[in-house]
Design a protein around this ligand. Structure first.
Ligand code: AMP
Ligand code: TRP
Length: 326
């Protein structure tokens, strides 16, 4: 089974990225044929600093490794190193209806966030994502809930292509984790945790323990006293229960029983500690990797070469189906 996924190099990865996406990748690498990508071509669709981009790409590659991706078990590479992604995106654009792109929630959200920077690249973002996935004849795409709509569109683009040019591409499925698919902001528990929201609501995977403890201590809860998993009435507590459960590997019901009759502040302290302990090995590994630039770049170079072998084969098939090549 071929797996493909990616994250944009737009700054430090947060708990949502880790619990929603990367944690699944690490679990999957033993049973599947996984390809993981630093999607730098997607990062340039929203405002960014060109001087910082190279560093962010390198750091995200390190984050992948620190989180437990093993270069002997999966292919790790940078999107812009394999030119076929953009080539296929152009061709897929010719079978993608504009109306479908206009419906994309992420496009609408990002256009609102940066009204001065609504470019055609941002509009076509999901076509490039479809190219990323279809280029490798991917079976499954492990992602957080917010990316499901893009994978649905990828499936539609695949069908449009195959209907028009004959069976060439493979229709992928999305893979959303049962728990952690949508980690919410600590300050606004009705919004997803994100790099662009209130920084106090977002916990970095490699953040200092003191800072994690502070953010959890000031997380927004409710005026009640009960530690119960009730997303509608107690979204803040439900979010902390999800985080605690994933970090401590205790089921939510067990946590509810353990903290029954205890105060919110005791529960928050325990949650912070569970999370700090859970993330500590990742933080250590990342520090070590920061000094191993040659090793990391070598992994990325080899990854690009392996990816390109698969990608160029698909491109030959696509071009032949479209009449661009014999
Ligand atoms: P991004 O940072 O938007 O490039 O997201 C990278 C990956 O993390 C995607 O698979 C997202 O679905 C996932 N992700 C982002 N934010 C969250 C969140 N708050 N909860 C769960 N998954 C998330
Ligand atoms: N759009 C994804 C996000 O914002 C990142 C992404 C780009 C991706 N290409 C992909 C995810 C291919 C999975 C597969 O998070």
């Amino acid at each position: 089974m071929r797996i493909f996924s990616g994250i944009r190099p737009t700054g430090d990865i947060h708990l949502g990225n880790y619990l929603g996406a990367i944690k699944q990748w690490v679990d999957l690498q033993n049973q599947a044929e996984p390809i993981f990508c630093v999607v730098d071509m997607h990062a340039v669709t929203t405002p960014y600093d060109p001087k910082k981009l190279q560093g962010q790409v390198f750091e995200l590659a390190i984050d992948y490794l620190a989180a437990g991706l093993d270069p002997d078990k999966c292919i790790l590479f940078v999107q812009s190193h394999v030119k076929e992604h953009c080539e296929l995106a152009w061709l897929l654009g010719t079978v993608t209806p504009m109306g479908e792109l206009k419906r994309m929630t992420q496009f609408k959200d990002k256009s609102k966030q940066h009204p001065e920077y609504v470019n055609a690249g941002l509009f076509n973002y999901p076509v490039l994502m479809a190219a990323d996935i279809l280029l490798y004849k991917t079976d499954a795409v492990p992602i957080g809930k917010d990316q499901e709509q893009h994978v649905e569109l990828t499936r539609a683009i695949c069908r449009y292509f195959n209907n028009q040019f004959g069976p060439t591409l493979k229709e992928p499925k999305s893979m959303v984790p049962e728990a952690g698919a949508k980690i919410m902001s600590l300050t606004e528990p009705d919004k997803k945790m994100s790099k662009t929201g209130n920084p106090k609501g977002c916990i970095g995977v490699f953040e200092e323990p003191e800072s994690i403890a502070k953010k959890i201590a000031s997380a927004v809860t409710d005026t009640g006293r009960e530690i119960k998993f009730d997303v509608k009435r107690k979204p803040g507590i439900a979010n902390l229960l999800t985080i605690n459960s994933l970090a401590s590997q205790k089921p939510i019901e067990q946590l509810e029983a353990e903290f029954s009759g205890k105060s919110y502040s005791e529960f928050k302290k325990a949650t912070a500690q569970a999370l700090i302990d859970y993330l500590e090995p990742l933080r250590k590994k990342r520090k070590e990797l920061l000094t191993r630039e040659v090793y990391v770049n070598d992994i990325l170079r080899k990854g690009a070469s392996k990816s390109q072998t698969i990608a160029s084969q698909t491109m030959r098939e696509v071009k032949s189906a479209m009449g661009l090549e014999k």
